[in-house]
Design a protein around this ligand. Sequence first.
Ligand SMILES: *Cc1c(COP(=O)(O)O)cnc(C)c1O
Length: 476
Amino acid sequence: MRYVSTRGHSGRPEFCDILLGGLAPDGGLYLPETYPRVTATELAEWRNLPYAALALRILQKFITDIPACDLKAIADRTYTAQTYRHCRPGRDAGDITPLTTLAPDFHLLELSNGPTLAFKDMAMQLLGNLFEYVLAKRGEEINILGATSGDTGSAAEYAMRGKRGVRVFMLSPDGKMSAFQRAQMYSLADANIHNIAIRGMFDDCQDIVKAVSNDAAFKAKYKIGAVNSINWARVAAQVIYYFKGWFEATTRDDEEVSFCVPSGNFGNICAGHIARMMGLPIRRLVLATNENDVLDEFFRTGVYRPRKTAETYVTSSPSMDISKASNFERFVFDLVGRDPEVVRRLWAGVDAGGSFDLNGTPYLEQLSAFGFVSGRSTHADRLATIRDVWQRHEMMIDTHTADAVKVAREHREPGVPMVVLETAQPVKFAETIQEALGREPLRPAEFIGIEDLPQRVEVMDADAEAVKACIVKFCG
Ligand SMILES: *Cc1c(COP(=O)(O)O)cnc(C)c1O
C-alpha cells in the first residue's frame, strides 16, 4: 500500500514512512492511493472474530511494510481486556468496544473503556506500540511535542508511557483543565513523560508547538514529532471499530447500519467514511457538532467557513470546541474526485483565513452519495439528552455522546439500525452531569481518589525558548 498527499506530492511513501511524521512535504494530508476493498467473503469470515484478530485483518490492508507476524503481535498487545477494563458493570471487557442497545435499532458503541476513558485511546494505544516497533527497527528516537486542553494529551501520555525510544513533552494551559484531567496527566510517574503547564491559554501552548516545530534545525537535531489528529495511523486504527460496531448491530452481511459521530476535528467520522469506501454497508454517516457548528454548516449549506479563535465557543462538550477541522481536507479530497489541484486551490483560501463555497460545483451531489447528513446540539440539548437517557435507560452518558444521541434521534430511519459512538465516560465531565442529574457521575474503581495522588508538572511562562531548553535538558 502506497500513500498520496491530498495536495499531490507524489513520493509514494509506505505506511512506516509516514507513521512518525505529520503533514506531507506539500502541506497536505496522507491517504491510501486507493481504498482497499473488503469482499463479501471477507465480511462473512470476519463476523465472529475477536477485536485483535479483526484489527489485524483490517490493518493488513493499510500496512504492507510490517511483516504479518509482527503486526499480529502488535495488535494482540494493543487490544486486550486488561487495557479496556474500565467498562460499565455487566459488560465484557474482552469485547473492547461493547455495544449497548438503548431501544430497538438504537445502540451505543462504547469506545471509552481504555486507560483515559475517552475514545482517543482506541487509536493512540496502537500508535504507542507501532512507534516503539518502528523506532527500534530503525534505531531511532523521537521526542513527541504536543499541546492539549484535555483528552488528547492524556491519551498520548498513557499510550507512550514507558515506550523505548519515545519521550513526550506535553504542554497544557496552567489551571485551565479539570481536576480530574490534571490528575490523569500529572500523576504519571514514568521517566519518559514530561508535563509542562504553560501560564496562558491552550492557544499559547499550540503557538509554542508551532514555533518549536518551525525551527527546522532544532526539529531535526532533537527529532521532534507529533501525534495529533491528522496522523494517518490514528485514522486507520479508528476504521476497525466501525467494522466491529457494524457486526454487533447486524445479523446479515448485507444489512445497512447508520453511525452517528460527535465530531470536532473530523478524525473519527473520517474513519467511518473510509470504512464505507472499503465496502462496509454503512447507510448514513450522521455528523453531530456542538455550538461550534462549522461542520454542520458545511453539510447543510456547502459552505466551509472556519471560524476565528475569538468566534469559538467554550462549551460543555469541550473536545469538540474547534474553529476548523484538521482532518476535513481528507474528505474534501475524495469529494472533489481526488483532484489535488482543486484541494490546493480551496485550501489556499482556507490557509489565508478564508472560506470556500461548493454551491454551483458538481461536488455537492457527492455529499449525499457519500451518505453524510448532520445536526447540531446546544448546552440545553445536552442537559436534556443526558437526563432523558438516564431516566429512560438508567444509562449515564457524557456530554459529547449526548450531542450525538440528540442528533442521531433526528436522523433515524425505520428498519435501519443507528449506532451512536460513545466517545468519553461521564466522569470526565462531572460538572455538567451534576447540572443535568444533580448527582456525581459513576467513577471506575481505579480512578477513585486520583486527585490526591502526587503530581509532577513543570510550570513555565509562554516562551518557546524555555520549552526548548527543557527538551534539551532531558535529551542530555
Ligand atoms: C476528540 C474528541 C471528540 C472529537 O473527535 P474528532 O476525531 O476530533 O472529530 C469527540 N468527543 C471526545 C470525548 C473527544 O475526546
